[in-house]
Design a protein around this ligand. Structure first.
Ligand code: FDA
Length: 385
């Protein structure tokens, strides 16, 4: 059987690409349904892009690589597509756009685009063998079919959440064809501490600035049974190297001034009671085990108050590790961008072989950036196919 294009992976990137192709196209996926990560994303509402999408929000060994695709198919293009399909959406925070109703609206839109183009979809199907053949590629599928395709697009994503069918297939194919890979590791992932030191305050959340590897994020921080989570932590995890410290700044903006003023007018108040006006009481109890918080406000000198403020502003911790691919939202690293054209996503030395989406060494921040990369890289390939 002949196809012009076979796309392996019916996720965000694979479906987007297929929905914009002319000619005979087949999409193959080993899962029982397409777009499973879209379905569960954004708490079921899919944070499908970000209004402030910019190349600076992406990590890659080559920070320039993503620029071309992101500029040629922007967040505004995807918003226009969503609008054209009548999908209601809203901005939640920090430019993050979510479906009003359900992530299933995005899946239905992509499936509709594929149907309109007559794209064939084979679910529950693996590619047993893929090899270069004269003028294209020969594929053997797990259902026994043997196919020929002029072009093959690898859209099988990264390794995060193996329970949902994530595999390292894209990396295996890159290796098979001699394409380089960058190191991969879980990203947008909670930190763990083997001593479970935050178990007693699990569920407590505070606004924070979390820094790792020289980059800091200001968003919510969540203490968990196993360690630290919340958007600020997930963001920082992408910049964290194993064994390195992370720095938390949980000092509320006007706390020091307020304590100084209270000291004048209500010096007999207990320090921990006063602190609990600024920070969650359970967190204050925990901090009392780390800092000497004893005494009344009147007992606290300026120097002591400043030392406490500094401690809360630069709380340095070294995580034991992360939750790993079990819960990571994305995989950092992947197919080395040196091997790909930034304009078309085609492998430079393997005519007709393309890599799109998370499989590539381009990783976005939390907040809709990773889907935008899936849409933009898919459209870059589609324009060339
Ligand atoms: P994706 O993972 O979507 O698709 C890959 C497809 O390939 C899957 O259908 C899979 O079954 C298939 N496949 C894998 N191996 C195969 C093989 N060997 N043979 C055949 N098929 C194979 N991003 C964002 O921007 N906003 C958000 O709200 C969220 N939320 C979110 C929540 C959770 C829980 C996770 C895990 C991730 C997110 N993300 C996110 C990240 C986002 O889901 C991710 O970046 C994109 O889905 C990547 O799109 P791809 O198409 O590259 O891979």
């Amino acid at each position: 059987m002949e196809f012009e294009t076979v796309i392996i992976g019916a996720g965000a990137a694979g479906m987007m690409c297929a929905g914009h192709l002319d000619g005979r196209t087949l999409v193959v996926d080993h899962a029982k349904a397409p777009g499973e990560k879209i379905r569960i994303s954004g708490g079921g509402r899919c944070n499908f892009t970000n209004m402030y999408c910019d190349p600076g929000a992406f990590l890659s060994q080559n920070p320039h690589f993503a620029k071309s695709a992101l500029a040629r198919y922007t967040q505004w293009d995807f918003i226009a597509l969503v609008d054209a399909h009548g999908i209601p959406w809203h901005e939640k925070t920090l430019g993050q756009l979510f479906c009003d109703t359900s992530a299933k609206d995005i899946i239905a839109m992509l499936r509709g685009l594929m149907q309109a183009r007559g794209v064939a979809l084979s679910l529950h199907t693996r590619v047993e063998d893929l090899r270069a053949d004269t003028g294209g590629y020969a594929l053997t599928l797990s259902d026994g079919r043997r196919l020929r395709a002029g072009r093959v697009v690898i859209a099988t994503g990264g390794k995060s959440i193996p329970k949902m069918g994530a595999t390292g297939y894209a990396y295996d194919i890159a290796r098979q064809f001699g394409l380089p890979l960058t190191d991969t590791r879980p990203a947008l992932v909670p930190f763990t501490f083997p001593d479970r030191r935050f178990a007693e305050i699990s569920g407590v959340s505070v606004p924070a600035r979390v820094a790792a590897g020289g980059t800091a994020f200001e968003e919510a921080l969540l203490f968990t049974h196993r360690g630290l989570s919340g958007p600020a932590v997930l963001q920082a995890s992408s910049y964290w190297e194993e064994g390195a410290p992370v720095t938390l700044d949980i000092l509320p903006a006007d706390m020091l001034e307020a304590l100084r003023a209270q000291r004048q007018t209500a010096g007999r108040r207990n320090m921990t009671t006063e602190l609990a006006r600024h920070l969650p009481a359970r967190l204050v109890d925990h901090l009392a085990g780390l800092f000497d918080l004893s005494g009344n406000l009147a007992d606290w000198s300026d120097a002591r108050l400043t030392a406490l403020a500094d401690g809360l502003r630069q709380w340095e911790l070294t995580p034991g590790g992360t939750e790993g691919y079990r819960t990571a939202e994305v995989t950092l690293g992947g197919v080395d961008t040196d091997a790909l054209s930034s304009r078309t996503m085609a492998a430079r030395d393997m005519p007709g072989l393309y890599f799109i989406g998370e499989a590539v060494d381009v990783t976005g921040w939390l907040g809709g950036y990773n889907f935008q990369w899936a849409w933009s890289s898919a459209m870059a390939a589609a324009a060339d196919l």
